[in-house]
Design a protein around this ligand. Structure first.
Ligand code: C2E
Ligand code: CA
Ligand code: CA
Ligand code: CA
Length: 277
């Protein structure tokens, strides 16, 4: 018994050490990643479920590091938030995504909205409003094509945050509540924030056709959104059944593997923006 206890202890500490070491490595490599041009944006189309037309795309960051290989955003974004690296990275994402959107709009003569993930840490930065304004002006994009996806957090409840969001909204951009349904459960902020849309979290949408409770939740979220005059996007639409069901119950837009995985610039262009479509 003693011996097993000892082994368990060793296993535990070495796992903790590995975890700590990886986090340290990510932190260290993140510091030079921008300068080394290790980030890339992938794009996933967002489809109008009534017309089956692409109305826009979400930019999703990818990181390929020489030592660590491919690191997922779910792993490195929280670390970038902790260290503050999310500020320059977020700025790069904003500029790159807007620039790409403008290029595509010119190439295909079609308007597309570009959805950009913004972390709360960025919103809290005093210069954020100014940097969004600059990015819009520098790229001469019509602000109505820009969608910022924000998530709920405790900080979102501060009065100053509401003012901030209102100032952003005044630039003419759109605000979308990401991961809707997973956050701090209070619905009271919904009419305080100047939101344009809700994005139903993929945890409710994936496999919803085999899950009556999730189906009911999705229906309810859509009903709430309609009441508040907000558009609804469902993410994580993996199957045809889900797609059609969402269309039937009045969801506006869908995003997910059923339509397309997130794609590189070239693949996105080839698949979704080639002439004749
Ligand atoms: P998110 O904003 O909720 O993005 C949706 C995630 O779901 C993406 O993961 C996307 O690839 C994935 N996804 C899309 N369709 C499906 C589907 O049908 N099924 C399943 N299972 N998954 C699907 P990804 O790209 O790994 O990004 C993870 C998270 O990292 C994002 O979640 C977002 O919170 C964060 N993130 C990504 N890019 C950025 C960025 O530029 N800035 C910030 N601050 N966060 C980002
Ligand atoms: Ca998002
Ligand atoms: Ca989400
Ligand atoms: Ca998320």
């Amino acid at each position: 018994v003693k011996e097993r206890g000892k082994n368990n202890y060793q296993l535990f500490t070495s796992e903790m050490q590995q975890h700590f070491y990886r986090k340290m490595m990510i932190e260290k490599q993140l510091r030079t990643a921008l300068d080394n041009e290790e980030f890339e944006l992938f794009y996933q189309p967002i489809m109008n479920v009534k017309t089956n037309e692409i109305i826009g795309m979400e930019s999703l960051i990818r990181w390929n590091n020489e030592i660590l290989g491919q690191v997922t955003p779910d792993e490195f974004i929280p670390i970038a938030e902790e260290t503050g690296m999310i500020i320059p990275i977020g700025q790069w994402v904003l500029d790159t995504a807007i620039e790409q959107n403008v290029r595509w709009q010119k190439e295909v003569y079609k308007p597309f909205k570009i959805s950009i993930n913004v972390s709360v840490r960025q919103l809290l930065e005093p210069t954020f409003l100014e940097s969004v304004k600059n990015s819009i002006e520098n790229n001469s994009i019509d602000a109505t094509y820009v969608v910022l996806e924000i998530t709920e957090s405790i900080a979102m409840y501060a009065e100053s945050m509401i003012e901030k969001l209102c100032a952003l909204k005044k630039l003419g951009i759109n605000l979308s509540m990401d991961d809707f349904g997973t956050g701090y459960s209070s619905l009271s902020y919904l009419n305080k924030y100047p939101l344009d849309s809700l994005k139903i979290d993929k945890s409710f949408v994936i496999g919803m056709n085999r899950d009556d409770e999730n189906k009911a939740l999705v229906k309810t979220i859509i009903a709430i959104a309609k009441q508040l005059d907000l558009k609804v996007i469902a993410e994580g639409v993996e199957g045809e059944d889900e797609y059609h069901f969402l269309s039937e119950i009045g969801c506006d837009y869908a995003q997910g593997y059923f339509i397309s995985r997130p794609l590189s610039v070239n693949d996105f262009k080839e698949k979704w923006l080639t002439a004749g479509d």
